[in-house]
Design a protein around this ligand. Structure first.
Ligand SMILES: Cc1cc2nc3c(=O)[nH]c(=O)nc-3n(C[C@H](O)[C@H](O)[C@H](O)COP(=O)(O)OP(=O)(O)OC[C@H]3O[C@@H](n4cnc5c(N)ncnc54)[C@H](O)[C@@H]3O)c2cc1C
Length: 391
């Protein structure tokens, strides 16, 4: 098997790097920008618009939907270079809503949303989880009652990005409470900004960020915003999760973090000796290098499957579980190497590497929960992948 990219893709990689070097308005070597942070989001959006103008955000989409019909592997090259530099481009619109609308959307929905997503003009929030529904998502209770041309929606959606400049939410709602739980759910799109009956609260996380709690009180959602068939939304929502779970951004980002840690160890002394001379640290860094490379190849496998129109299911779950746990081990190692200073927050002038490792380490626990916990991913691998009976 040949793991090299095509020459054309490597040329494209150079073009992307060149563009970033010239156009990126912040120093990616020093800063980690968070697309949901109040200050950072403006910069991120402006840069994404530039990428949108080049058609790069959605290059693998078909031309009829505003894409460039580029190969999945070319998209991988782009995603790798962005993630390596910590540029948060792969939002929910690009990765999830766009592909879902291509599969299930009406012509009107495609016309309205796809160009806005491709041009980075619209931000999406994912309204799946509820205060009492997470892993057992099909137990969700947000109710949508038909009334003329609208659904009237009441309930709460939690842990989402509604608080962070999101314009729209794609959400799962219960349209038929009498049907078996997977069969009475519908997938709808709702505008958040300025919609009567929507309240959004911020929930502080243990790292420097928030998640959103959106409460809906008799919110009217036009029926034209239903995606797929009414009461069959579970299958639309589940297909979307397959798009959500693949992701080469993790090993690409991890590579940069490992490089930073190696550099730190080469230039920092403890007890009169460089950290890079400590055999335990050397071995642990080398072990992480192997794990990062392993994750990268797993992600290439998922991308390759997508390029062959195969649906990565167990493979995407393997990548998600292993990739998020690898990220947690990597940042955990960083905090350990930095010793007592490793626990300092980004605001502290004594924090090594500007506190980026500590903050990302705390965040990495959330990574193992968001989009389906590691336990749920292992269940998918056991049942759908290995054919084991349900526990
Ligand atoms: C950082 C972050 C971002 C998120 N972003 C979003 C978002 O944008 N939109 C959105 O809708 N949701 C989002 N979520 C929510 C996320 O999808 C849920 O937290 C997740 O699905 C788990 O649900 P829960 O929190 O209700 O935990 P629970 O489902 O109550 O799980 C609690 C524990 O029990 C375990 N468990 C539960 N069921 C099983 C089982 N059957 N077998 C084995 N173990 C089990 C879980 O693995 C977990 O350890 C986000 C979460 C985080 C942390």
């Amino acid at each position: 098997m040949d793991f090299k990219f095509e020459n054309e893709d490597e040329k494209f990689r150079e073009e992307v790097i060149d563009f970033i070097d010239k156009e990126l308005p912040w120093n990616w070597r020093e800063l980690d920008l968070d697309a949901e942070d109040d200050d950072d989001k403006i910069l991120v959006r402006q840069f994404k618009k530039k990428l949108g103008e080049k058609g790069w955000l959605t290059m693998a989409w078909p031309e009829e939907y505003g894409g460039q019909a580029a190969s999945h592997m070319r998209q991988v090259v782009f995603n790798e270079e962005m993630a390596y530099r910590g540029i948060p481009v792969g939002d929910a619109g690009i990765r999830m809503v766009g592909p879902i609308l291509m599969l299930y959307g009406t012509d009107e929905q495609k016309k309205q949303f796809l160009p806005q997503i491709a041009g980075a003009e619209i931000n999406w929030s994912q309204g799946y989880s509820e205060p009492d529904s997470g892993s057992d998502l099909a137990s969700l209770q947000t109710r949508a009652v038909e009334d003329g041309d609208d659904f009237v929606v009441s309930g709460s959606k939690i842990w989402n990005s509604a608080h962070a400049d999101s314009d729209w939410m794609f959400m799962l709602v219960r349209t038929n409470p009498d049907a078996p739980k997977h069969r009475g759910i519908s997938f709808v799109l709702t505008e958040l900004e300025g919609t009567e009956g929507v309240t959004i609260e911020k929930i502080p996380m243990m790292w420097n960020a928030y998640r959103g709690l959106a409460t809906f009180s008799d919110v009217r959602i036009p029926k034209k915003n239903l995606v797929g068939e009414q009461d069959r939304g579970w299958y639309v929502g589940a297909a979307l999760l397959d798009f959500e779970r693949s992701g080469v951004d993790r090993p690409a980002k991890a590579k940069k973090v490992l490089e930073d840690l190696v550099q730190f160890c080469k230039t920092t002394q403890k007890n009169g000796r460089l950290l890079s001379e400590d055999p335990i640290i050397r071995r642990e860094l080398a072990d992480l290098a192997v794990q990062i490379e392993t994750t990268r190849l797993m992600c290439y496998n998922v991308a390759w499957m997508q390029s062959k129109d195969l649906i990565p299911n167990m493979e995407a779950s393997i990548t998600k579980a292993y990739g998020t746990e690898m990220i947690n081990r990597l940042y955990g190692l960083g905090v350990k190497i930095m010793g007592i200073h490793g626990q300092l927050e980004p605001e502290s002038k004594w924090a090594p590497l500007a506190g980026r490792i500590e903050n990302a380490w705390l965040r990495s626990f959330g990574g193992m929960v968001a989009a389906g916990t590691s336990e749920i991913q292992r269940s998918v691998i056991a049942t759908r992948g290995l054919g084991l009976p349900r526990g």
